[in-house]
Design a protein around this ligand. Structure first.
Ligand SMILES: C[S@@+](CC[C@H](N)C(=O)[O-])C[C@H]1O[C@@H](n2cnc3c(N)ncnc32)[C@H](O)[C@@H]1O
Length: 205
């Protein structure tokens, strides 16, 4: 099976590149009360983990990549290797915040729906899901090489990728109370990147 992230290809390729740090959460600081337990899901090398710890959260950093988690270990001992395509290995209602920056956009429709159910399960009532996903504008960069697998879901050069518009995101988050969905633009590894940030709350229903 093709498993770009499971085989750690992403961080083998990118670990030595300059990752420009767009710590966009500083602009949304009011939504981060800095207390309680946070899961940084698909944490990568942990630049957001670091900031969330500075905000005051007790952070568990989770990723499928050994290379990335080894980096995170330098400043956070609480790391968990996990594959988001599988049920999350955490108890119900454990977290005050689940954070997922540019990390939940690699999955099929079914995997994405299951993951969001799992995130809801591990959040406390009133807990927040905050993160970002690739915007549909990214299609411009891959349209010549990507195979379309499903609505806004592609296989590009051996890597699965999902691109979102606001409507897709609203649909996937429909079991949460959506507080904010906003489009943004950044530079990542020297490329322009359009992404959508989301802030959603588990309403306890
Ligand atoms: C674009 S990086 C984002 C990393 C970090 N959140 C950041 O903002 O820099 C995507 C991350 O998702 C992780 N990832 C991809 N597929 C995964 C999976 N199935 N389970 C867990 N982590 C996964 C990758 O290893 C990578 O660290």
């Amino acid at each position: 099976m093709n498993d770009y992230f499971g085989n750690d290809e992403y961080w083998k390729e990118n670990i030595h590149k300059n990752l420009e740090e767009d710590i966009w959460i500083d602009e949304y600081k009011d939504y981060f009360n800095g207390s309680g337990l946070c899961l940084d899901l698909g944490c990568g090398i942990g630049q957001f983990t670091k900031r969330l710890m500075e905000y005051g959260y007790d952070v568990i950093s989770s990723d499928i990549s050994d290379i990335a988690l080894n980096k995170v270990k330098e400043f956070n001992k609480k790391i968990v290797k996990a594959d988001m395509r599988k049920p999350l290995q955490f108890d119900d209602e454990k977290f005050d915040l689940v954070f997922a920056n540019l990390s939940i956009h690699y999955f099929s429709d079914e995997e994405t729906r299951n993951l969001l159910k799992e995130i809801k399960r591990i959040l406390k009532d009133g807990g927040l899901l905050i993160g970002s996903v690739n915007g549909i504008q990214g299609l411009q960069n891959i349209k010549d090489t990507a195979e379309v697998l499903d609505h806004h879901f592609y296989l590009n050069k051996g890597k699965y990728i999902r691109l979102f518009d606001k409507k897709d995101l609203k649909e996937y988050l429909n079991s949460f109370d959506i507080i904010k969905i906003e489009e943004r633009e950044t530079i990542r590894f020297n490329y322009k990147k359009n992404y959508i940030i989301f802030i959603a709350k588990k309403d306890g229903k």
